[in-house]
Design a protein around this ligand. Structure first.
Ligand code: 6GU
Length: 234
């Protein structure tokens, strides 16, 4: 999978070199390229923003660098190549989820356009839609200073679903949100620690009882912490 990131703060993505995704990049499973949007400016100050038409607070990202960047990343004559999915992280987007991560993991080329300031000139999204499948995506109902941290979260959530990135595929199945429930609690040795004991069923060797206990724990936790996942409660 190829992932291109457009940002005025490439340093936010330095941590992609560590851990699981870093190894996946070295192994050639993920081809992640981070680009400085200012490379597509032409003035001495490498300007990417300007004042908003109609007035108001803050600055808006100018369309021209975005247009040139998209032209560079999406060849006009891509031939048989599938158009990329172009994600713009935005608090005004659709909510990101495990199911959206699964969907994005099926794409062969993702582009993340990270906006700053009060936003990006709206025509950039119109133009991007002529080059790919545009998604406005939010992490949740709170505001970050820009799209970079959100893009990082999405890249990690999507990247780990790419086949081969996570060594043991079973661990992708047994985790929170994969079956619409939160994950059950986990324990390791020692069986007693500072007065806290591992639930005896996990030491019983009875696989059926362990599975039933874990399921009940998943349901109980989901009811307590995320009742919204269980649907409308009437
Ligand atoms: Cl995707 N971007 C920004 N700027 N803020 C957010 C967000 C995204 N998701 C939640 N808050």
């Amino acid at each position: 999978m190829q992932i291109d990131v457009l940002t005025i703060f490439p340093a936010f993505f330095d941590v992609l070199e560590v851990s699981l995704l870093g190894r996946a990049r070295e192994a050639g499973l993920l081809d992640i390229r981070v680009h400085d949007l200012r490379d597509w400016t032409h003035d001495r100050h490498r300007t990417v923003d300007d004042t908003p038409y109609g007035g108001g607070a803050g600055m808006v990202m100018k369309p021209e660098p975005w247009g040139e960047a998209l032209d560079a990343l999406v060849p006009a004559d891509a031939g048989a190549q599938a158009p990329p999915v172009i994600v713009f992280p935005s608090p005004a987007g659709a909510r990101f989820s495990q199911s959206m991560a699964r969907e994005l993991a099926g794409a062969s080329h993702l582009i993340f356009g990270c906006g700053r300031y009060e936003g990006i000139d709206e025509r950039v999204f119109d133009y991007a839609a002529t080059r790919g499948d545009v998604r406005m995506v939010s992490l949740g109902d709170y505001v970050l200073n820009g799209g970079e941290v959100a893009a990082m979260a999405m890249i990690e959530a999507v990247g780990r679903l790419v086949p081969g990135v996570v060594g043991n595929p079973d661990s992708l199945v047994e985790e929170s949100h994969e079956d619409g429930l939160l994950e059950h609690p986990s324990y390791t040795k020692p069986a007693a620690w500072r007065g806290f004991e591992v639930p005896p069923v996990l030491l019983s060797g009875n696989h059926g009882a362990v599975a039933a206990w874990r399921r009940e724990q998943q349901l109980e936790r989901t009811r307590a912490r995320r009742p919204d996942l269980l649907g409308p409660q009437d």
